[in-house]
Ligand binder design. Structure first.
Ligand SMILES: [Zn+2]
Length: 243
């Protein structure tokens, strides 16, 4: 399939469609300079931590090494100055036009909302939401960043943790169910910035019954043979050409 041509064909289909869903992975955020911690040039390889990143972002580590968890988390998962890129902006525009029904994301950075998108399903939670594990009081990202050591609730002294899904923790079933609902009903599914090797993205795609399935990813994905359109360029470039 010739790329130049396929952009035009897909663009026509998007013009006619008002039920598009976008499923995004880490690659959407790397264009805002937020590193993908799973990719080979991700941040973890550059730093010498005594434990594996998966362990330092696990529930077990959080419970047993809470202070080190927050140090690692604040230094490696929070990019408070990151700005939405072309991909976030294009998707927000598509939602305003009434065409995009939902953005389903594995990212925790809140950049889709910052770009103005309203219906964002965050499979792995968000750095912007934090809550006291004892009394459930909500706290901002700033509160976490300004805390020394372990963030403590102002009201009850409980630990304030990010509403982010750690390794060993369950995904929020209601968000997962709503994601399945949107994907099952979608006419066009655009998947960007994920190799689709990792749960839950790979499983979610299997619910799609529409046409076309569009993949935008620099590397090969596990679903390339099932895709109707594949683009190997930057997500922001492709989406702004399409919209
Ligand atoms: Zn509390």
């Amino acid at each position: 399939m010739k790329e130049d041509n396929s952009i035009d064909i897909l663009k026509k289909q998007i013009e006619k469609c008002n039920n598009i869903v976008f499923l995004g992975g880490a690659g959407v955020s790397t264009e805002s300079n937020i590193p993908d911690f799973r990719s080979s040039d991700g941040l973890y390889k550059k730093k010498n931590y005594p434990y594996s990143p998966e362990y330092m972002l696990s529930h077990t580590f959080f419970v047993n090494h809470t202070e080190e968890f927050f140090e690692f988390y604040k230094n490696n998962l929070v990019y408070k100055d990151a700005k939405p890129n072309k991909a976030h902006i294009a998707l927000s525009g598509l939602e305003k036009m009434g065409k995009l029904k939902a953005v389903i994301t594995q990212n925790i950075d809140g950049l889709h909302q910052m770009a103005g998108t309203k219906n964002v399903l965050e499979l792995h939670g968000s750095i912007h939401r934090n809550y006291c594990m004892n009394c459930n009081k909500y706290y901002s990202l700033e509160f976490i960043l300004e805390s020394q050591g372990i963030p403590r609730c102002e009201r009850c002294g409980g630990i304030v943790r990010p509403d982010v899904v750690l390794y060993e923790e369950m995904l929020d079933t209601s968000i997962l169910e709503r994601s399945i609902q949107y994907i099952s009903n979608a006419k066009i599914l655009i998947v960007g910035g994920t190799s689709l090797n990792v749960y839950p993205a790979a499983g979610l795609i299997s619910y799609f019954r529409g046409y076309p399935l569009v993949l935008i990813n620099k590397e090969k994905t596990a679903f390339d043979n099932r895709a109707d359109f594949i683009f190997r360029e930057k997500i922001g470039e492709v989406l702004s050409k399409l919209i």
